[in-house]
Design a protein around this ligand. Structure first.
Ligand code: 6GU
Length: 218
């Protein structure tokens, strides 16, 4: 069982994507749990403040250490985390290899930043892995967290119906996947490659492999 604990100021951003399709199936099968924690509930004072101006000046608010530290410490006291991930555009670029490795873990915490980011001391004290999903800036880490949970969750054995299918994904073997087709065998004058209708598994495997190589080279 892989458990994710996600800390966010706007957990609602993640509710719908995590409640459908393969993510929901993973949860229903008891193979994955995703717990959302609303940082606002740990905010300071009557306004439940979670961000403040940055020392040294400069535009943009910074997420304060205390609310984050409180919720992180609370979670840490409940179980051991294999990784505490901070979603940030200056992190390691997320790749399939990393998804594969994370799918073997038991407990993963994800911290979603907003505004300018989080106080450096939280990174120094708690974060074990900083991940970026690409070279562009998002307004918050929530969509990145959803992408991490989706890509990791589908790799857990038993989540996909045809367990072997994740092995043949693009990126899994550094090859781009071959073209795929379904019925009808001809659509608007475009025919499905003959070999796929042949019933000859060896020929089909060979054709797929060659197409993968062609696409990858291209
Ligand atoms: Cl993980 N977070 C944010 N805020 N922006 C990003 C990102 C993450 N990855 C790319 N841009």
């Amino acid at each position: 069982m892989l458990r994710f604990d996600i800390i966010s100021a706007i957990p609602a951003l993640m509710e719908s994507p995590l409640s459908h399709s393969i993510m929901q199936r993973a949860k229903d099968k008891g193979l994955m749990q995703v717990h959302l924690h609303n940082l606002r509930e740990y905010g300071l004072g009557k306004h439940q403040q979670i961000d403040d101006y940055q020392y040294g000046g400069g535009a943009g608010m910074v997420m304060m250490p205390e609310p984050l530290d409180t919720v992180i410490e609370k979670l840490k006291s409940e179980r051991n985390y294999d990784e505490i991930i901070y979603c940030t555009p200056d992190g390691e670029t997320f790749q399939q290899k990393r998804a594969n490795r994370l799918s073997l873990k038991n407990n993963i915490m994800i911290i979603c930043g907003h505004y300018k980011g989080i106080d450096q001391r939280i990174r120094d004290m708690h974060v074990t892995l900083e991940i970026s999903i690409g070279n562009y800036v998002l307004s918050g880490g929530e969509l990145a967290a959803v992408i991490i949970v989706d890509s990791v969750g589908r790799l857990i054995p038993g989540v996909l119906n045809d367990e072997s299918s994740a092995l043949f994904d693009s990126h899994q073997d550094d090859l781009i996947a071959p073209p795929i087709y379904t019925r009808p065998s001809e659509y608007k004058g475009l025919a499905v490659p003959e070999v796929l209708l042949s019933g000859n598994d060896a020929l089909i495997d060979e054709w797929r492999f060659n197409e993968s190589i062609k696409r990858t080279k291209k």
